[in-house]
Each structure stands twice: as C-alpha cells, then as structure tokens.
Design a protein around this ligand. Sequence first.
Ligand code: C2E
Ligand code: MG
Ligand code: MG
Length: 767
Amino acid sequence: MAILGLRDPAQGDWDHFRAIQYTGLARYSNLRVVTNLVLGLMACQLFSGYVPLWQLAGWMAMLGAALYFPTIVYRQSGMVNHDHVARRFVLQLVAATSLIAFVWCIPILVFAPLAGDLELATIWTILAALVVGGTLLLNALPLGAFLFNLVLMSASVVAYWQTGNMVTVGAITCFSILLALSGFENARGYLMFKLSEHGLAEKDEVVSLLLREFEEGDADWLWQIDASRRIVAASPRFAYAAGREASAIEGMPLTQLIAGKLWESGNLPPSLHILSDKLTKRESFSNLVVKVHGEDKTYWWELSASPRYDDNGTFTGFRGVGSDVTESRESAEKIARLARFDTLTGLPNRLQLTEALDRALKECEQWNCRCGFLMIDLDRFKSVNDTLGHLVGDRLLAQVSLRLRSLMGKDEMCGRLGGDEFAVVMRDTGDGQRIKDVAERIIDVLSRPYEVDQHTLFIGASVGSAHGLRDGRTVETLMRSADLALYRSKDEGGGRHNLYEPQLHSHAEERRVMEIALRKALEKDEFTLAFQPVVDAASESLVAFEALLRWHNPEFGQVSPARFIPLAEDARLVVPIGNWVLHRACREAVTWPANVRVAVNVSAEQLYEPDFVDTVVEALSEAGLPPQRLELEVTESVFLREGSRAGETLDRILALGVGLSLDDFGTGYSALGYLSKTRFTTIKVDRSFVQGAARGAQESIAIIRAVVAMADSLGMSTTAEGAETEHEVKVLRELGCKKIQGYFYGRPMSAHDVGELFIDHPSASYG
Ligand code: C2E
Ligand code: MG
Ligand code: MG
C-alpha cells in the first residue's frame, strides 16, 4: 500500500521517501506526451473512414487536455524540489493518469464498433503499447500505471466481449494481470534502489562530516571499538591522548581505558555511566565529556560517535572522533572554584559556608540532630593591619586559616566570611559539648604567636556560637544568633567564647536603647565625675586625681564607663561627652591645692578631631588652670589609625605644657616604637601586671622592671594602676614604680568628697 501511495506507515518519513521515489517521474513526462499524441494521430488515421472528422478532432482535443492536466499538478505539488511530497499530490497525479486512460477508452468502445475486426485489433495493439510503455516508465507512480492498465484493458475486454471473441478476452485478462504484477515488482525494486542510493549518499555525508570536523582541528583523533567495546585499530594520536602506547590500548575495553585505576574498584564516575549507557543502547552521541583517569594524570575528553552495522545489519561496534578538552575544562573548574572559595586563604567563602549551613539545618530537621555555627573574629588584627600594612595582614590571615583548617574534624567546615571574620559549620554537635571544645581549641591555637616577615605577632580570637535548630531555624537567624554571641565575647574584651543565649537578643536591644539614652544624657545632666587619688610611691603624698566619668540613668541606673564609653565611641558621642569631662575636670582642679594635678582620660576619637588642641586650651583658660596641672591619658589605640596625625596632636599638647600619660600599658598591641617618638610624661602599668607581680609571676615582674627601666632612661615617670593591698604596694615600690593608684589609697570619690579631703588635710599629703 505504501509503495502504491495509498497509505503511510507509522515508521519513516514517507513524504521524504516519496520525494525520492518520484524524482524519476519528470524525466519521461515529455516523451509520454509525445507518444500519446503520435498514437492518438495514428488512431485518428485508423478510424478516418468510419468516424466523422469533427468527432475525431474533438477526441484529439480531449486527449490534449487530459495530457496537459498532470503538468499542472506537477507544478503545484512542488515536487520539483524533490524533498518532501505529500500523498495528496500522488493521488492527484493518479487521477490525472486515469483521466488519460478514460479518453483512450473512446476509440475502442465508441469508434471501433463502427469499423471492422482489423481496426479493433489495431486499436487494441495501440492500447497495449500504451499500457506496456506506461507500466515500464511509470514505475515511479505504480498506482497510476496500474489504473491505466485496469481502465484500458477492461475497455478492451468489453469491446472483445461484444464481438463474442472469448479467447481474446481471456488472453487480454492474463496479459493485464501479469503486466500489473510485474509493474508492482518493478516499482518496489525501483523504490528500494532509490532508497539505498540515497542512504549511500547520506553515509558519504557522515564520513565527510567526520573528516571535516577532524581537519578543522575540533577533533584530535578517530577511534573505533568492536561489538564487545574493545578498541580496534588504535591510532597513534588516540594512544598519545591516553598517554599510552598504541599496542597497549589495542583490544582494551574503551570504558576500562577511561576508568583507569577506578576500573578495579567499580566506583565509576557519572560521565562514564552515561557513555556506557549510550554504548549499551547502541545510540549515537556527540560532544560527550568524560573524565579519563590516566596512569599518572587525569584528562577530559570530548567524544562523538555513531554505531556501525555491516551489510547484513549486524552491529559491529562504534566509530567516532575525540578531542582533549582538559585545558578548557580546567579553566572552567577554576572559575567555579573562584566563586566558592576565598582567594586569599583558599578557604570556602561566605557563599559556600551558607550553603553548607543550609544543608546542615535541613539534615537536622530530618534526623532531629543538632548542628552548630561558630563565628570567629580576630582580636587586635586591625592594629596589625594598620601598623604593619596590608601585606603583613594578608600573610597573617593565611596563617590563621592554615591553623583553623588543621583543627577541623570530619563533619566540620571552616571558611572566611570576609575581613578578619571566619566561621565554622558543624554538621552534628552531639550533646553540645563538642561545640565548646572546638571553640576553646580555636581560641587557644589562634592566640599563639605568629611569625610573619620577621615580626612576631600576637593576636587573639573571639568566638560566638549557636546551635541549630534551637537558636535559629534558618541560615539568617542562626548566623545572627552566633553573631550576637560573638559580639558579647568581643564586649568582654576578646579571647573568649560565648554560646548564644536568648538574653543576647535583649542585650543587643538594650544596647540600642542605651545608645538612645546616652544621646540625651548630656542635656539631661546625667553625668558626674569621680576622682581617684594618685600618690607618690615613696612619700605617699597625694600628687594627682584621675577624673573618671560616671553616668547615672533613671532607667539603667549606674552604668560603668567600661560599658558606655565604647558605645559612645561607636555612636560618635564621645567627642561632646569628652569635652564636657575636660571642662568639668579643669573647673574642679582649680579648687584644689596647687601641687595636685588632674588626669583626664581621652579617647582616640577625640584626638582625631582637628580642633582638639583648641578645646584643651579653651578648657584650661575658661577654668584658669595652669597647663602643668593637667595630664591627658591616652591608650596605645590612638596610634593605630594610619594617617590620623595623632602623634602631631600629642606633640602640640606637650608643647602647651600639658602632661601626657600612656594608659593601660601592656594590654594593647604593644609596639615600643612610638614610646620613643612621643615623649610621654608617665607610663601607667595596667592592673593585670600589678596583680601578676604581687603573685610572683616572673613575666609580670620582668615587664614592670623593663617598663620602669625604659621610662627612667627616657625621663618618664611610671604609675602602677589598681593596687588593692599593702603587699601589692610593697612589691610595686620595690620594683621602682614612681606613683601608685588603686583602692588601697582610695576609690574614685565625688568632687564634694575631694573638697572635704582638703579641708581635713590642707597640706594635701596622703596615706
Ligand atoms: P582607666 O583609665 O584605666 O581607669 C582606671 C580604672 O580602674 C577605673 O575604672 C578605676 O575605678 C579602676 N580602678 C582603680 N583602682 C582600682 C583597684 O584597685 N582595683 C580595681 N579593681 N579597679 C581599680 P572605671 O572608672 O570603671 O573606668 C574604666 C575605664 O573607663 C577607664 O580605665 C577609662 O579607660 C575609661 N574612662 C573612664 N572615664 C573616662 C572618660 O572621662 N573619658 C574616657 N575617654 N574614658 C574614660
Ligand atoms: Mg585612665
Ligand atoms: Mg588604666
């Protein structure tokens, strides 16, 4: 049916097959028209004595029209481009052919009875010639040929039937049937021939395509495997790509060559599974990228291939092309790596950490376990960066990350969030003890000294941690909780670990509220000053008072300066508050005996103000206090901001005659360099060393000794802070400290109490 054009089977592109089938049709169409016309004229000649001329002429006209009809169909069908031919057009052509056949019925059915037996035999011969010729030439249109045969031979049978010549009727029938059968066979053979001719051309195309790809350099080698996937005819280029000898890979299964060492383990990479699958299903594939495990190196290959079959249709293996794409693949991997890793330290970056945390949280939800998130912030890192430069800072960070990485266990991932902030994701923290252990180990290990470019650097680490899902069910909330815990560790002076507690949220909230209250504290007159005596170590006479700020707020009560001063610094409130302290302290000090000085604490932020020196001058002149009676206390942090010109400001203050002390010496990032640059009047040794020395700690004793010796040689004085007991005072005196300040001699007291003191002891001696 398909060959006849009566039905399209489900499989195959029959429009296309038909186009191939009908390519031969046009070739003989002119010959067909001419033959028909010549035979038509012969028929007219035959019947010219029996049939009126006008009837013959009319018939010739009908024949001409019928012959013209297929040409129209032809033109409309677009068959001319030989690509796709719809069945509709084939049927139209068949109809046109049948029309010609019907026109040819007229001579044998209408004209022949008017003539004799000889004319009948002659016209049948003409029709037989037409049918035979049509069947032979129209094998591209078998249905047309068949109908042509059927119509004309039926007409012939009818004509001979009427004359009663039954033998001829039988002969014509046999002739017609045999002709139809052979015509059909012919058509089938013709189609098969055309199809295979086309197939060959297509194969040619595949080969030239492969060759072209090969020559254009996209492909590096040709490869071939047999039905059992073993490499055959391995080319030297193919062998080279695999890093082997051609003889070594000949006969080796392709998948084994690609899997390399993994072949034995059976643990094959996913790309190889895809390849195996294609080979098993005998499907062609193109540009399939596989990871090749060579003997000492891994490569990436891009393979394309199609299955091969022999003449009998038996599968004989695959043939294809391959190219080495290792380089481009590796750069693609590098880009992907860059997006997920921190370039400076090579640790996972924020993106990867949050993804890991997200996964850990989902696992906890599923398995009902506990995961952990630790935030780590380096203490005093900023000062290293500011004083020694970013290059040293970067190297330090690289060392920190190495140490951090060495602490990670199986289910833990550490990464860098940015700056000097690191984080750890723990997939399972068990009973919760593990998170504490890890945090403590991190603090311990990161706080050990670092050697960077001949500098020995001391930094510390603060850690805040939170448990999932308890302290947060999403990445954001858990990170915020850990951040709050970290904030608290920093607040407590660093070097500590805090677990998140719900109060921390309220703590953060409290800070916010406190900041609002602090903004109004000055105008509401909530600040007062307390004064703590400083005495001469040898004579125990009073030499100065340190002014210490006190804040009393109706809501928060008495707030420690250790708490609100950092807050004021963050909120940029410390400048107006500091100015108030300075004015107030000077006004108090003028009322004291002339040999008692006043020490005022000054924040780094105040010192960075361009008009700070003017403020000091104004406070002194307003109170009428001689500059020699004022001493400003600064900490090492004032030197930490690059380009702040703090040194210059300090020099100008010294030039006024105002004293300068270096407060809390030994607690910061002590670089002694600036001690020689700025001529401090006094170095104040921090309370922690005082306590240490009293306990007999050799380190503290050595430090105090060194400071005293250095101060002496530079013409500076020393004050020991926080002496609480007689024993401490004794030790400090022995160590050579010039002045002592501490609860042993007096706690910070109100201005009023100081005034009372001078009424009792006008000589201002103390002890
Ligand atoms: P600082 O300048 O080192 O002040 C000494 C601190 O040690 C004071 O705490 C004082 O009360 C305390 N102290 C003195 N002797 C002893 C002792 O024997 N034992 C103990 N345990 N503590 C002792 P305070 O008043 O809480 O001040 C804390 C810090 O707040 C000060 O440390 C200073 O850095 C800052 N501060 C205080 N007032 C001001 C101010 O007006 N401006 C600025 N910028 N900072 C201030
Ligand atoms: Mg002080
Ligand atoms: Mg101090």
